[in-house]
Design a protein around this ligand. Structure first.
Ligand SMILES: Cc1cc2nc3c(=O)[nH]c(=O)nc-3n(C[C@H](O)[C@H](O)[C@H](O)COP(=O)(O)OP(=O)(O)OC[C@H]3O[C@@H](n4cnc5c(N)ncnc54)[C@H](O)[C@@H]3O)c2cc1C
Length: 475
């Protein structure tokens, strides 16, 4: 039996952990959030309750494995609570990084920090109640520009048009770098908002960009676009629901004009030409023409990227993995240091940490399980190490001033939240503040036999040559 550390408890991390634990190894999961699930808990649209509760049940089953240990509320990284070197000092036989893609592509415009300008990732975390985003100001106004034409943008549009409590939305304007054929919305996701599309205005917009699309041999007739990317246009009975959803194709944000109250007042956009790249794909080329959109909110959904604060070497798609010259399309899970051109021995990466924004939960699960398969193979060739027990690791984390949340605490929290839901007559209740969650756990925790046992802990068993001080350095 060998110890394996997993960083992150999203779908990739949890399903990787499950496979490694079922192979008979001891698995320790370190997670930034108190609760497990990652984007499955804090990204997937709030009203997809069946999907979310189904995933929660699967995650509970994973966590119920006796040789799988959980430390929530612990952020790993060179810039955070515990460094990767700290973890390595605890002598795991292998380490799997599944911390997702926590960064995002920025607009790189002055005014990006103005009130009312948000990255879609942060906005989604806010409405899904992830601390600390849940309690920060993500107020939206009446006219909202959403930059991007992918499924995250579709979720944001849906929230603004349909579900945000206390919304003031009058119009959502989708700002897209390229044209209507380049929309990447899944039919189902767009279906949630297409009733808000003003058909007349959409046709006018197609007319406005027609010449630029025709230059790339694109036919932007309503019929063709309806068959390609906006199926709602084929429906005769498209209802014009309020508030309205409009599109502004072939333009990119150029300038954020900030009002005296510090909030975005206008978005200046550059008109783009559509250019053919010669391989069947298109690109956008800025022209000298600009236009001004009067908006009080701007949310950009232009892609995610990995968090450099983890301190791992970065490659072109995410954290660097070993190059695979023989079959470049085959995924590689083994991490790599491009500076030394050597593998990071025993360190693997999976899920959105390996490839940002790639696929749904099922793909992340598959990726985590693939990585786990590689880890299990690797473990066959490495000797057993003298490593720590879960309660010892928990004590080390606590000695660093952290408040790790274990599986027992999660169970307690779940029980309190269920009780709160009943008391408030809600279908479900979810704390949106770490302090409130920790308090709830503390107050609920009975002085059980387990706690008595914890109090009578054995002396810490530290790997040879290491001292407590060097194991977890206080920063
Ligand atoms: C807005 C949105 C909506 C989506 N909707 C759907 C949908 O409807 N259906 C669907 O199937 N898929 C959906 N997805 C995709 C799905 O959520 C992802 O495929 C999946 O969650 C990726 O899993 P992951 O484990 O790689 O990363 P994540 O889910 O991002 O998990 C990362 C984990 O790492 C932890 N972590 C991060 N940084 C650190 C750190 N420094 N130290 C320790 N832990 C850390 C986080 O707490 C988290 O637990 C959606 C994604 C988004 C963004």
């Amino acid at each position: 039996m060998k110890n394996v550390f997993v960083v992150g408890a999203g779908p990739a991390g949890l399903f990787a952990a499950q496979k490694i634990a079922l192979a008979g190894h001891e698995v320790f999961v370190f997670n930034r959030d108190i609760k497990p699930g990652g984007l499955a808990e804090y990204g997937i649209y709030p009203t997809k309750t069946t999907m979310k509760s189904g995933l929660r049940k699967q995650f509970s089953r994973v966590l119920s494995l006796p040789n799988l240990h959980y430390f929530g509320n612990v952020k790993i990284g060179s810039a955070y609570d515990v460094t990767l070197d700290d973890l390595k000092a605890l002598a795991p036989s292998a380490l799997v990084v599944t911390c997702g893609a926590q960064g995002y592509n920025k607009l790189n415009l002055s005014g990006e920090n103005a009130k009312g300008v948000y990255s879609a990732k942060d906005f989604v975390y806010h409405y899904n109640q992830l601390p600390p985003y849940a309690s920060e100001d993500f107020s939206t106004g009446k006219r909202i520009a959403v930059v991007g034409m992918g499924n995250v943008a579709a979720d944001v549009m849906r929230w603004l048009l349909e579900d945000s409590p206390g919304r003031q939305t009058e119009e959502v304007i989708v700002v897209a770098r390229r044209g209507p054929y380049e929309a990447k919305f899944a039919v189902k996701e767009l279906g949630h908002v297409e009733a808000h599309m003003d058909r007349g205005e959409f046709i006018q917009e197609l007319e406005r960009v027609k010449a630029r699309c025709v230059a790339c041999d694109q036919d932007v007739s309503v019929e063709k676009i309806g068959n390609a990317t906006f199926p709602g246009l084929r429906k005769d009975n498209l209802v014009q629901a309020s508030p309205k959803l409009t599109f502004r194709f072939l333009c990119s944000p150029k300038e954020i004009v900030v009002g005296p109250d510090g909030r975005i007042r206008q978005l200046v956009v550059t008109e783009n030409d559509l250019v053919s790249r010669g391989d069947g794909t298109t690109g956008a080329k800025a022209t000298d023409n600009t236009a001004v959109l009067d908006v009080d909110t701007l949310i950009f959904a232009i892609g995610d990227k990995q968090d450099s604060g983890l301190g791992l070497p970065m490659g072109p798609d995410g954290y660097a993995t070993k190059p695979n010259f023989e079959s470049p399309s085959e995924p590689v899970y083994e991490m790599w240091d491009p500076r030394t051109a050597k593998s990071l021995d025993g360190i693997y990466v999976a899920g959105w940490a390996r490839l940002a924004s790639t696929g749904l939960v099922g793909i992340a699960r598959h990726d985590g399980e693939n990585a786990a398969g590689k880890v299990i193979e690797y473990l066959k060739a490495v000797p057993e190490k003298d490593s720590l027990h879960a309660f010892e690791i928990e004590a080390l984390l606590e000695s660093k001033g952290l408040h790790p949340v274990n599986k027992c605490d999660l169970f307690t929290l779940g029980r309190v939240e269920e009780r709160e839901a009943r008391a408030r007559d809600l279908v479900s209740f979810k704390y949106s503040d770490n302090r409130a969650m920790l308090n709830a756990i503390r107050q609920e925790k009975p002085a059980t036999a387990a706690n008595v046992l914890l109090a009578a802990r054995q002396p810490l068993k530290v790997p040879a040559t290491e001292s407590l001080g060097t194991l977890l350095t206080t920063r």
